[in-house]
Design a binder for this molecule. Sequence first.
Ligand code: LLP
Length: 440
Amino acid sequence: MSWQNLFPFTARTNDAQHLEIGGCDVTELAAKFGTPLYVYDETTLRAQATRALVTFRAHWENVTLLYATKAYFAPFLARLYRELGLGLDVTSEGEIVIARRAGFDPNTIYVHGNNKSPDEIRAALAMGVTHFVVDNLDELPLLSSLASRHSPFAICALFIRLSPNIDAHTHRYMTTGVADSKFGLGIRNGMAERAAHEIAKYEKLQLVGLHFHIGSQVFDADALGDALNAVLDVAAEWRAKFNFELRELNIGGGWGVAYNDAQTTLDMETFAENTTRALRDGLRARGLDEKLKLLAEPGRALIARAGVALYRVGSVKEIPGVRTYVALDGGMGDNVRPALYGAQYQAYLANRFAEPAAREYALAGRYCEQGDVLIERAPLPETRVGDLVAIPVAGAYQLPLASNYNLIPRPAVVVVQNGRARLVRRRETLEDMLACDVDV
Ligand code: LLP
């Protein structure tokens, strides 16, 4: 696999031998907006979302794709995804507010969370959102009483998040479908069935579907197929036991994405085809209604590749006989994924993009942690102070997980298209970071 598969679709080397994205020379973007800088390519954002929608709709009649906003959400993205016809999987009041301001129909917003607070539920209901994915038994009386008080005419449409006891074979922190997970309600231990019975007791609550999400960065097609079948078994069992009718099925997200040459990206077409075939066969085999509404919640698969992180090299330190550290002006404050999951990225010199790699460097961040190394072994051309490093596949879970560690401002974000760069988030200032300190 070459660099083309990691960068946005519009990436190319321009005449100056610089990396260009969306018709913009990234060295000019870095000069204008500063570094670290996150660059999102609008063409790739649109293409990825449209492709996912078209692909799934070609295989299943009634499909809604919910963008998992945790991967990265901002007003510009909310407007774009609404225009493209996606729904949303959200986890907080803040995400709903952004969505509603961008004009999302509340019926296309699905609220997740393993500890939804009364305030958040109240706010969601007030904004007209009634789809909730149930993650525990405690939220049922809460949902019912808040809905009675705040949405007298609305019924909450619930999904039970099932924990099918299946290992997705991904990083431990991204494995969510095993017995020992904080997410979901177990199939085998009877917790999910108990939730179904509890829901039936409340007038304001209605069980409309089932949900599962066994993890993120999943490449194991067998695990996904097993989870699907385990969930269909539940639907068949509940129909026999208490006339449950599976009208909507949410198959979660977690579709694996390549971060470097050694990895592959889950092929959307194959995935959609296999999943819908398994679903059709599974429903038929169990005598279940084949007309159900299919929902999926991809996050990273839609956005990761659209983003590129740019860093300026501030120091090149050769430790004789050990290795050479290239120090970047960002690091774990804007990308905690290498430290948190051991994520393995690949780097390029944006200002000498066509030059072949000469040696390996360790790309160190600027934060005061020995573990703040973005890439342990990055093959690069001879690297000097002032060079501009580009790390692709930076679009998902980097900015949302960013912090102000060491009181360092979080990066600016630009969106590029057709040679134009639009600043969508300015760089934080010291005053921004101090805004919540009341004892000044
Ligand atoms: N649906 C549910 C219920 C989820 O919990 C998640 C991710 C998704 C969908 C979207 O997963 P995706 O398609 O983006 O993989 N912060 C981590 C991964 C944790 C994801 C949490 N939930 C990362 O940086 O890789």
